[in-house]
Design a protein around this ligand. Structure first.
Ligand SMILES: CC(C)(COP(=O)(O)OP(=O)(O)OC[C@H]1O[C@@H](n2cnc3c(N)ncnc32)[C@H](O)[C@@H]1OP(=O)(O)O)[C@@H](O)C(=O)NCCC(=O)NCCS
Length: 137
């Protein structure tokens, strides 16, 4: 496969570009820059010079890792690129978690994406996601 992988280089601009290919209006550049700066691990995949996929991991390194913003550009979906992203994220956990311990790796997925994550060993439990969009003053 001719795709190349970059580590911790994903920029806020690239994040916004990919976000908008699947989810429409992206967060602001300012918010996204702060988020990239504080992300534990960013992975991006390129076809030549074109960014085609991204994912990132947030967390505390010791007990809990959380997968965020797994996106493959629509025209590249179904070609194994999503699998590449998850494999890279799990390698990061394996390389950084304390050997021999058990670590929570969590994510939030829409129902139609759950079978994708189940392929990597994730499973839904009975917990419900609680959220609000908090207005920062
Ligand atoms: C979900 C997403 C990341 C999957 O990426 P992808 O590159 O299409 O997935 P892959 O081609 O690597 O698929 C890997 C495996 O998962 C399967 N798969 C992928 N999406 C699936 C789905 N929605 N339901 C069931 N299986 C799925 C593939 O058939 C493949 O199976 P195989 O290896 O046994 O043949 C991609 O569809 C995407 O970016 N969607 C839009 C953004 C999004 O919703 N992201 C998830 C946020 S939680």
């Amino acid at each position: 496969m001719k795709y190349s992988i970059k580590y911790n280089e994903l920029s806020a601009e690239e994040f916004i570009l990919l976000w908008e290919t699947v989810w429409g209006q992206a967060p602001s550049l300012e918010q996204t820059r702060l988020a990239m700066e504080h992300t534990l691990f960013r992975v991006s995949i390129f076809d030549d010079d074109t960014i085609i996929a991204m994912a990132r991991m947030i967390g505390d390194m010791g007990l809990d890792y959380y997968i965020k913003d797994v996106i493959v550009r629509p025209e590249y979906q179904g070609k194994g690129v999503g699998r590449m992203l998850i494999n890279e994220l799990m390698k990061f956990v394996n390389d950084n978690g304390i050997s021999g311990t058990q670590i929570f790796v969590e994510l939030c997925a829409m129902p139609d994406k759950i079978p994708f994550y189940e392929k990597f060993g994730f499973h839904a439990n009975e917990a419900q996601r609680l959220k609000m969009m908090y207005q920062v003053r």
